[in-house]
Write a protein that binds this ligand. Structure first.
Ligand SMILES: Cc1ncc(COP(=O)(O)O)c(C=O)c1O
Length: 345
């Protein structure tokens, strides 16, 4: 691993398990499914964003920053983890949050509010809104005039290449685990928001000459836009760590058919996927990211794109704290008897 020297902060991420999921494999009727448990990365209840933050916050510290300014949706896993990681490293988190005025204090929002992160509400729903980036920069200017040193993060644009390096590391770890278990993956599935996780996976697989087909399951943006972003991130991340290999555009396979009614809204397929994985493996997904990615994996098995003998990797990117925010959606799908139990008073 190349940790870019001083531009990397150790957030104590353990080697996350690579686990076989035999009961889920049986329920699906064949393919061997494995989970890379990046929901267990640690700080802030864990999740994929921690690997990215080792690079981003490392860069912030190397520039003498004392404050981190970023933006995401109100129930963002990224904000929860960033808030916790900032506090770990002695940085002040400042968030420009896409929220409704009456956003509930639950799930991820409860977590980052507990850290005392400074929250500014923005009214747009667009993660790439120029006006939000402008507001963040203006606020950074204000802080500088007051003698502070802010560092800006925007995962979908200027922070994407550096963040991608976190998943080059994560995937190299996975490749080493697969080799020692003598497993060769035919397919991998990952939820795609900003695309950095998928970009890192593609780059590390290409660098290791592993011909695994990675399917990125968009939770928000059209596939074409994400494909452009991921190609750009892989190229610029490769330059940062001097990897010679390039990821060809045709291997960036993003699908946008599992978004459902929109970002942040559970779909019936994602709720079913979360339920199936909990009941077969005792692993908790979430209905916004990993549930949608798992729904795509299940559909791939059912429509025959994934053959029975295949080895399939599922990148578990975290998100389970957001289950609590969506309790109502599950209430509507679970049988009454399952909720009330068999109590006879
Ligand atoms: C649980 C979870 N999975 C996947 C993603 C998507 O990761 P990326 O932004 O690297 O595409 C996110 C991003 O917010 C997430 O919170």
């Amino acid at each position: 691993m190349d940790h870019l020297g001083q531009r990397w902060a150790d957030l104590g991420i353990p080697t996350t398990p690579l686990e076989a999921a035999p009961h889920l494999s049986d329920a699906l009727g064949g393919p061997r499914v494995f989970f890379k448990r990046d929901d267990l990365t640690g700080v802030g209840l864990g999740g994929n964003k921690l690997r990215k933050l080792e690079y981003l916050l490392g860069d912030a510290l190397s520039r003498g920053a004392d404050t981190v300014i970023t933006t995401a949706a109100a129930q963002s896993n990224f904000l929860r983890i960033t808030a916790a990681a900032c506090r770990r490293l002695g940085l002040t988190p400042v968030f420009f949050v896409r929220a409704k005025a009456n956003e509930e204090l639950t799930g991820n929002a409860l977590c980052y509010r507990l850290t005392g992160a400074e929250v500014h509400v923005v009214s747009t729903a667009d993660p790439y809104s120029e006006s939000t980036i402008h507001a963040m920069k203006e606020y950074a200017g204000d802080l500088e005039r007051r003698g502070r040193t802010p560092y800006l993060i925007h995962l979908g644009t200027f922070s994407g290449p550096l963040a991608t390096l976190g998943y080059v590391d994560g995937t190299r770890e996975l490749i080493a685990q697969a080799r020692s278990a003598q497993v060769v993956f035919d397919h991998a599935f990952v939820a795609v928001g900003s695309g950095g996780t998928m970009a890192g996976m593609l780059l590390a697989f290409a660098d290791a000459q592993m011909p695994c087909t990675v399917t990125g399951v968009s939770v928000c943006e059209p596939a074409r836009r994400l494909t452009d972003m991921i190609c750009d991130f892989t190229e610029r991340a490769a330059e940062l760590i001097d990897i010679k290999v390039r990821v060809p555009r045709h291997s960036v396979h993003v699908i946008d058919s599992f978004i459902g009614a929109g970002h942040g809204i559970p779909s019936s397929e994602s709720l079913e996927a979360v339920k199936l994985v909990a009941r077969t493996e005792g692993i908790f997904l979430d209905p916004i990211y990993t549930g949608k990615a798992m729904a795509a994996l299940i559909a791939g098995v059912r429509n025959g794109e994934i053959r029975r003998g295949a080895n399939v990797l599922f990148m578990h990117t975290g998100g389970a704290p957001n289950l609590f925010r969506h309790a109502e959606a599950f209430r509507n799908m679970l049988d009454r008897s399952e909720i009330d139990g068999n109590y006879r008073g």
